[in-house]
Design a protein around this ligand. Sequence first.
Ligand code: 6PG
Length: 469
Amino acid sequence: TLANIGVIGLGVMGRNLVLNMERNGFTVAVFNKTTAKMHEFIQGDAAGKRIVGYETLADLVKGLERPRRILLMVTAGAAVDAVIAELKPLLEPGDILIDGGNSYFLDTERRSRELEASGLWFVGMGVSGGEEGALWGPSIMPGGSPEAWQALAPILQAIAARAEDGAPCVTHIGPGGAGHYVKMVHNGIEYADMQLIAEIYDLLSRGAGMSADQLADVFAEWNEGELKSYLIEITSHVLRRKDDLTGKPLVDVILDEAQQKGTGKWTGQNALDLGAPVPTIQAAVESRSLSAMKERRVLASRVLGGPKPMYQGEVKPLVEAARQALYAAKIIAYAQGFELMSMASQEYQYNLQLAELARIWRAGCIIRAALLEEITAAYRRDPALPNLLLDPAFAQAVAERQTNWRWLMQTAIGMGIPTLALSSALAYYDAYRSERLPANLIQGLRDYFGAHTYRRLDREGVFHTRWNE
Ligand code: 6PG
């Protein structure tokens, strides 16, 4: 019998998606460039299952029912173009190629145009949830044509994570590169979420002297309340873990240099292109860059003075302020990410349904969180909401926490503990709620040195002043 879908690339994500599809009743044909890896999979985890291995792409294509559905799970970049080039002559009009990697959305736009010119469908598809998600249910963000979505929906709805209400965490995101665009912003928010957590950890450990074990308890407790989320949960697991070699908390022996593969940076670059302010996402990317300059920081730490991070007060109120600040800052990071997506939706005509995006992030993906239930509700109340902060429930949520948040930031600054993400989120909040910002002075300066002109508050038109007269 012919397979329902083919999967190319048997890295851990590819293998786990194959197993997930098979478990849900589909027959899967698989191929891997290094043939040994395919055989290893077929004889190992895939043994006895409706999974068929092929040594050539031509044979894989022959083994598929039509229209063919072929999922590429290869490293983003040149490898995707290489496989497409090899596959293209083997396919027929109506066949569907799906790219499930973290591809750059403009690459996806280009590939869609190229393939659709020859009658093939191309679906750029974001997949989130890591190894476990791929196996048991990821959040899936497919873009591309509605026709291709129709052909894929039965498989994707079967393998996706299910939220508490039972709805599968997948929807047709929009045309062209919309799926990869939304996955990119998901990752930008993921960077911000993680950086906010890391700064809170720094404040409470380096600042207030709490141990990794104590902090594991704190995060475990927070995971019972409004902060409930996958990242908070695994933070408590990471903090709890002891190192096999030294017996110390493992987190204390891990090198403090964060790596990155590019999706957060792309989010920041694209936000700059669109003029969308996402300072907390930018702060998260830049904090990783700062962390990566370990040698320079070691040198600088010997010559640049500052206060000693030593919190003197009671720990309990500080922990509570940290909890509230983290929740408020998290709302703001999401507000930035969603406003970016609404601006991108206009710019690229993606017609993004923000409530649907929040809905499919409620389970399966890395940023799944109780908060996403609230965000879904907010965009259902008002699909055209310009910014989450303008939803009455969110406005109130931040307002109620701001006293504690401001106090926490004052404490951090007093101790000399860097909080690029936490403090940028607060500054964004203060800027967003300012009727008047000091850009009047910027305009005055621009007009002074370059005759760039300015507009006035009190009358129409464009003005220039001869400042030296
Ligand atoms: C996900 C993750 C996944 C991957 C990131 C990591 O949603 O499942 O985001 O896509 O773990 O690409 O990105 P960095 O290596 O840049 O941190």
